[in-house]
Design a protein around this ligand. Structure first.
Ligand code: G1P
Length: 294
């Protein structure tokens, strides 16, 4: 019988050092792409993929995230009296669409450590992990594409994307062999090994892990057993490597466009492209960009 994935975990306790000073007093996950905070794109992807139980792993200085997904009576009242039903709906929709819980990661000891913090609330069922830095435009949503693989194979699966050689040392890289799926052999892979942020010469392929995972609770002891790895952090990739001893692991090269919003240039690219696609902004913004005569 197929077990459904009901919960999505959002690690959001990182220090956001790449965006200092903007992230000194504001969580990186709240930086807006046009007019929506980064983390909301990920949460909406989970909802569109059929998951509305959201667990956010937060840390010190992250209360803005909790406030964002909460009801704001003052703001709603103000919008009501000013007769702005459009904005009222946008603000309400955020708190209405999910059931959200928070758990604290007291120290930023790595992605694996953040996932471990979700153990109690996730319990004994499969769950998704979304890294909000990776914003993915896709239809169906990237997480939905992974869940389809999960429903077929009932085994953990992560998102993959081919990256250029110079980017390899920034990612988790997999060694994998293609598997027939939906009539092709170029989307689904059976993973045989993984390495976090390898040097180019040590990388087993160009296939990088992108921030979407469907995992089973067996990942928790696997992370614990793996211990600290690259950068002295407790890495999810090392836990997955350990998990391979007892479970098959799949990677899916998703359809869609991924933006690395955790990087300044990637963030700017995402901002421009999202703004150009907006009905209300696209026209004048395109005209402005053209006027720059670059
Ligand atoms: C994390 C993961 C890495 C993955 C990447 C995707 O790294 O550890 O395996 O490739 O996300 O964005 P980070 O970007 O947090 O350094």
């Amino acid at each position: 019988m197929s077990v459904k994935v009901r919960k999505a975990v959002f690690p959001a306790a990182g220090l956001g050092t790449r965006f200092l000073p903007a992230t000194k007093a504001q969580p990186k996950e709240m930086l807006p792409l046009v007019d929506k905070p980064l983390i909301q794109y990920g949460v909406e992807e989970a909802v569109r993929s059929g998951i509305r139980n959201i667990l956010i792993v937060t840390g010190r200085g992250k209360t803005a995230i909790e406030d964002h997904f909460d009801v704001s009576f003052e703001l709603e009242h103000l919008l009501q009296t000013r007769n702005r039903p459009d904005l009222l709906a946008a603000v309400r929709q955020i708190s209405d669409m999910i059931d959200v819980a928070y758990v604290r990661q007291r120290e930023a000891l790595g992605l694996g450590h953040a996932v471990l913090r979700a153990r109690e609330i996730v319990g004994n069922e499969p769950f998704a992990v979304i890294l909000a830095d990776d914003v993915i435009e896709a239809d169906p949503p990237a997480l939905r594409q992974l869940l389809d693989v999960w429903e077929r194979f009932q085994a953990p699966v992560l998102a993959l994307m081919e990256v250029p050689p110079e980017s390899i040392p920034s990612y988790g890289i997999v060694a994998a062999e293609p598997v027939e799926y939906n009539g092709t052999r170029d989307r689904l892979f059976r993973i045989h090994d993984l390495v976090e942020k390898p040097r180019l010469e040590d990388a087993p392929s160009k296939l990088a892990i992108i921030g979407r995972y469907v995992l089973t609770p067996e990942i928790f002891p696997a992370i614990e057993e793996a211990g600290p790895g690259a950068l002295g952090e407790i890495q999810l990739t090392d836990g997955l490597r350990r998990l391979l001893r007892s479970s098959p692991l799949y990677g899916y090269r998703f359809h869609g466009v991924r933006y690395d919003a955790g990087d300044k240039l990637g963030f700017l690219i995402a901002t421009v492209e999202f703004a150009l696609r907006r009905e209300d902004l696209g026209g004048p913004f395109r005209a402005y960009l053209k006027s720059l005569k670059l």
